[in-house]
Write a protein of this length. Sequence first.
Length: 615
Amino acid sequence: MCGIVGYVGFQWAAPILLEGLRTLEYRGYDSAGIATVDAEQGLKIARSTGKLHNLLVKLTADMPTAKLGIGHTRWATHGGVTEENAHPHCDERGRIVVIQNGIVENYLELKEYLLERGIRFRSQTDTEVIAHLLGLYTEELGSFEAAFGQVMGKLRGGNAVVAVDRDSPDRLIAARLGNAGAVVVGEGEGENFVASDLPAIVRHTRKVVFLEDGEMAILTESSVRYQRITGEELRKSSTTVAWDPISAAKGGYKHFMQKEIFEQPRTTTDTLRGRVDIEHGRVTLEGLALSEEQLAQIEQIHAVACGTAWHACLVLKYFVESLARTPVEVDYASEFRYRSPVLRPNSLLLALTQSGETVDTLAAMAEARQQGIPTLGILNAIGSQASRLADGGVIYIHAGPEIAVASTKVFTGMLMAGYLLALQIAQAKGILTPAQMQTHLQSLIELPGKISLLLKDTSLYDHLAEQYHHVTDMLFLGRWVNAPIALEGALKMKEISYIHAEGYPAGEMKHGPIALIDERMPVVCIATRDPVYEKMLSNIEQVRARGGRVIALINPEDTQIREKADHIIEVPSTTPLLSSILNTIPLQLFSYAMALRRGADVDQPRNLAKSVTVE
């Protein structure tokens, strides 16, 4: 949830940067910094940990007067909360300065290359890799702009990058890679701006341009040029934003649900921030009140939740049992206390709730406390009742406010947090070696970039909605870790489109649902490669034999199902367990497109509330 602001113009840059960063404080951060450049003063950098006030104190005695600069609020991913790890970062010569949002997925590979070139690192961040690469390429090519494009082409993952060159003090360059977060260019009169969100610049200009994946902008005080990172010039038209609170909050999207679906590359990244040490193969969940010794002694986990969060519990069961070899029992929170649960010593209650105020989940937590069992929460809402009841600690997913009633980004955030918890328990029990942990962590940090790929072109879902918006019933099938994703896909469809939809483990299809299948019944089959792929293939054949219309989620390399399905949705390959997170995104997009085509109230479906505070 880092914040980015850049300015070039006729005013002092530093006050504008600080003001812009203050408007982005809601995104969360643990350190801040600015860099300013001009021909007379050269490059000046100021950084501090903690709140912006600490940075302002540093600058008060010597406020830079340069008219070009960049500012950043950081939330730690690689490396702890230290001044050395705070942005901006420099190359070795102190010439190139960089700020960045996102995660460089191939950070270790690039760092190894730079170390072989004799580069010395001052921080533990992945951002410093970008600065050093830009420094090397700028020296070799003799052009900051050419170097910037080439370096952006070497980065994997969703990233927003802004850089300045001390020796070109009249310009700054910004780029967006993937969908890790917005890059907004503000076009003014005699001044230009760049930021990670509209509030940072809208007081100065309402004429904005949003960069798309693989695009960059070169800003001077009098002009903005746009091009692909590969060098082709672009013509982009600006949009004048209407600055009313609701429109601003939607950020150019038609609905909050649409916005929240598209925020998931960023929000899944934010769930990882400060918690993964890929170099040493370790996970550290800062909110845990349980020590590693206590985690190692856990013999059983009771996971409780309602609605979408209950589906997340079902997925977490696969994560924890597969990775940490610890049994997990999943309960509807609304039923938990009424069955007089037997909670044995060395058990843990795991409570998942988006709002932190769901009355049934709170009651389940109270039951566990009464029986002397620690409770751990996976939550989004900071300071909620659930966070106060969770004596075993809280893992915040940091998804930010979720306005739409139907949960999207909070669900995937819960899955990311649950995977981290499974790794933390496995780490505590000595089940996974650091090398094995590295493999899992690398797959995790690649996930936001793969979500970006799923969001690049959503026209397929409009075509599906056009064909199927009239149906009254749908079936969603999945197996193994994707059986709960089938349940979640069906829930989304019924919540917002009002189509009756059922989710089933595909192996259960023959035990009832198969009676419903005919040529009028669309059947969504989650069939990405995993240990039960062949079983899923058999289930698809059974659907086809009854005349059902098959909409299949497959990996790009799959040829078998491609020939059998009526419609194909391609999902990037990942590890089998993490396929559950990627497979969620197409089902959200499909439900949204169907609801839109049917004219339903997407953000506020009838009879539903965001937080259920009564039984």
